[in-house]
Ligand binder design. Structure first.
Ligand SMILES: [Mg+2]
Length: 205
């Protein structure tokens, strides 16, 4: 770039300050309990595992995550853990559960909302889209090419609020959806197939 060093420098600065839209990557935002791992279901309602030992991946999750990763998607877990804010669970235990999850799955980022969801408003507790927006900024994610997969109404509303497409995994809880998801799946592998069948063939790794 010898004879036009100045222009080259300007272009470099431009690229650094304003990454082109094509540089933004698509992501799969993943709810945790009941989507990746077995939820503890009591009276039709799902609850999180309370110890790392209770954290057990659901069938097809290992394979599904590998396929999504191979297709060029970033994998971002976004999970509400209000028991920490309510004082009925320790943050260290949730972190130990996440350490176990990271040993099993190639997750690029974990976003956690610890707020109790009672009284103190926050921008991160799903259905608010704060966790997705934060990850999008940190990892340069293209939200409109991204998906949110979850097993509850909060996940679907959150994905829609962030401008993502949504897949509801129906685990048969005694709970109704609020917004209508783009797709409904019976398990994680079916959700994976929906993403892959409705996305461009490949994304740059
Ligand atoms: Mg869930």
């Amino acid at each position: 770039m010898g004879e036009c060093r100045w222009c080259y420098q300007v272009m470099e600065d431009w690229d650094r300050d304003f990454p082109p839209m094509t540089a933004l990557r698509p992501a799969i935002f993943l709810d945790r309990d009941g989507t990746l791992n077995k939820a503890i279901v009591r009276e039709g309602k799902p609850y999180p595992p309370s110890t790392p030992e209770e954290f057990v991946l659901l069938p097809g999750v290992l394979e599904g995550c590998a396929r999504l990763k191979q297709a060029g998607f970033l994998l971002v877990v976004a999970t509400n853990q209000p028991d920490v804010g309510r004082g009925t669970q320790k943050q260290e235990i949730v972190e130990a559960i996440h350490a176990r999850m990271l040993k099993q799955l190639s997750i690029d980022r974990i976003e956690v909302c610890y707020h109790a969801g009672r009284g103190e408003p926050c921008d991160c507790r799903k259905p608010a889209p704060g966790m997705l927006m934060r990850a999008a900024e940190a990892l340069a994610i293209n939200l409109s090419k991204s998906w949110m997969i979850g097993d509850r109404w909060r996940d679907i509303d959150c994905g829609q609020a962030a401008g993502c497409r949504t897949i509801f995994i129906d685990q048969g809880y005694d709970e109704k959806l609020r917004a209508i998801p783009d797709f409904t799946a019976c398990d994680f592998l079916q959700a994976t197939a929906i993403v892959l069948n409705n996305s461009p063939r490949s994304h740059p790794p």
